[in-house]
Design a protein around this ligand. Structure first.
Ligand code: AMP
Length: 487
């Protein structure tokens, strides 16, 4: 006989209101996207001159989970990331290696995308290269000059920070404070803190512009790209805390001054650093571990679990010893799932006396998990709730109080939590897991065909997959894909 049990899967049975911490206000605010159900997210992508390290991975995993959760909550999310493929660091490194800056940039962009794939980051809809948006960059600079916010000198075009009255509002600083910290020395600038929009240069890569040949400054690429796809106002903009000033401050000035619309972004989100011995992991300090080095020794989920065990805004101190705890924690979940799988094999469909109470527990666990995520993506709390559930389920199993169907529900709930967090909370032997792995393999093979320019065969694979309800779309501007699974 089957009991009448409330269902918990599907939409959130207890929809709370999502709160997001906004760096601009310094407070948690109710999340209200501009277009009701649509969310546009822009996250600053990498400067592709070297391997990505696990500090970068921390930030991109955090935004991957944010995008996943927003999708889970029913928002239609467009996640855009720029690729900085023109920059002084790229030019310097390329000349050291005796290759062109574009060759270097493409090499490390490819490696970055492979790293993201290996980390299970599949939610970016479009990676947009700066070099493919030069006309839009030039247009924005022209507007800033026309409106009196920018001026030309012999060396380039600069934004006059004294003309934008809100300058400093994101980092909470005055022009005087800001100027003190700025180092872009150039005797032709009106004010020491003015920043570069266009650099007049003959060396490659260079483009023609109304101000002569040259290349864009760093900050303008993001606003030109965001404006191209989202317009001058959108919902979320992210990066790590080091980008608050000067990068994001400059972005606000450029976008709000050129469009005349405020605010450019509704919610500014910034991740804490991944540190080593209290210092930010970075190339310049030489205290880094590349994503590749990490993944040679650890499963991607161990690192993801480690990252999510700390709130995205707080710093994380990295050491290899610190990865032992997440490894053990994941193993505890896998053990429970293995136990459940073993029990499911030998059980019949009988209803058990503990089912109703058990079902209430699952509903409660899910509600609390969603409440934690609704509260500024509190993943450490969400993970601790998963462990409360693991303990509770183990108790019910020991007491032999649950039925086959109840155990199947637990398994699905773990899979659901796992999909939100990007963790594989199942034990890889089910048909569903095998399907996922096979699709990933087909996509990898198709990418190799695309690399060899075998368009006919790769298009054929895409359309055959579409017949099977697996949708592939190749991102514009970049020879990469993103994929919607289980449509
Ligand atoms: P970059 O390629 O240096 O521009 O960095 C790409 C992104 O990674 C930016 O959002 C940075 O703020 C972020 N990032 C760089 N280093 C770290 C770190 N140690 N911890 C967290 N995020 C970082």
């Amino acid at each position: 006989m089957r009991g009448c049990r409330p269902r918990y899967l599907g939409s959130n049975p207890n929809p709370g209101l999502m709160m997001i911490y906004n760096t601009l206000s310094g407070e948690k605010e109710l999340f209200e996207p501009i277009h009701k159900n649509r969310v546009n997210i822009f996250v600053c992508g990498p400067t592709v001159y070297d391997e990505s390290h696990i500090g970068h991975a921390r930030t991109y995993i955090a935004f991957d989970v944010i995008a996943r959760y927003l999708k889970y909550r029913g928002f239609s999310v467009f996640y855009l990331q720029n690729i900085t493929d023109v920059d002084d660091k790229i030019i310097r490194r390329a000349s050291e290696l005796g290759i062109t800056p574009i060759e270097l940039a493409r090499r490390f962009e490819k490696r970055y995308l492979e790293d993201m794939c290996a980390l299970g980051i599949h939610n970016v809809n479009l990676y947009a290269r700066a070099t493919e948006h030069i006309p839009e960059i030039i247009e924005q600079i022209k507007t800033l000059i026309e409106k009196g916010f920018a001026y030309e000198t012999e060396t380039g075009v600069y934004f006059d920070e004294t003309k934008f009255e809100d300058f400093g509002k994101l980092s909470n600083q005055t022009i005087e404070d800001l100027t003190e910290h700025r180092i872009e020395p150039d005797p032709t600038k009106r004010n020491p803190g003015d920043f570069s929009l266009w650099k007049k240069r003959e060396e490659e890569p260079a483009w023609d512009s109304p101000w002569g040949r040259g290349r864009p400054g760093w900050h303008i690429e993001d606003t030109a790209i965001a404006n191209t796809y989202f317009g001058p106002q959108y919902d979320l903009h992210g990066g790590a805390k080091d980008l608050i000033f000067p990068h994001h401050e400059a972005e606000i000035a450029q976008m709000e001054a050129s469009s005349g619309k405020k605010p450019m972004v509704r919610y500014w989100m910034h991740t804490g650093f991944l540190n080593v011995n209290g210092e930010k992991m970075s190339k310049s300090l030489g205290n880094f571990m590349t994503i590749r080095e990490l993944l040679e020794r650890y499963e991607p989920d161990v690192f993801r679990f480690f990252v999510l065990s700390t709130h995205y805004r707080s710093p994380i101190n990295f050491s290899e010893e610190a990865l032992e705890q997440p490894k053990r924690s994941l193993e505890r979940i896998y053990n429970l799932i293995r136990t459940i799988d073993g029990l499911l094999d030998g059980m019949n469909e009988e209803y058990m006396e503990g089912d109703e109470e058990f079902s209430e527990k699952l509903i409660d666990a899910k509600n609390k998990f969603l409440d934690a995520m609704d509260d500024d993506f509190n993943t450490p709390l969400a993970l601790s709730l998963i462990f409360d559930l693991v303990r509770a389920v183990n108790r019910y199993i020991d007491d032999k109080k649950v039925s086959r169907e109840a155990l199947r529900d637990v398994k699905h709930l773990f899979i659901e939590f796992g999909e939100i967090l990007g963790l594989k909370l199942s034990v890889g032997d089910s048909k569903e897991d095998l399907t996922d792995d096979l699709i990933d393999l087909i996509i990898e093979i198709r990418q190799k065909l695309r690399d060899k320019k075998d368009w006919e065969f790769s298009d054929d694979i895409r359309s055959r997959l579409r017949d099977l309800n697996v949708i592939l779309e190749d991102g514009a501007g970049i020879s990469n894909y993103y994929m919607l699974k289980r449509v």
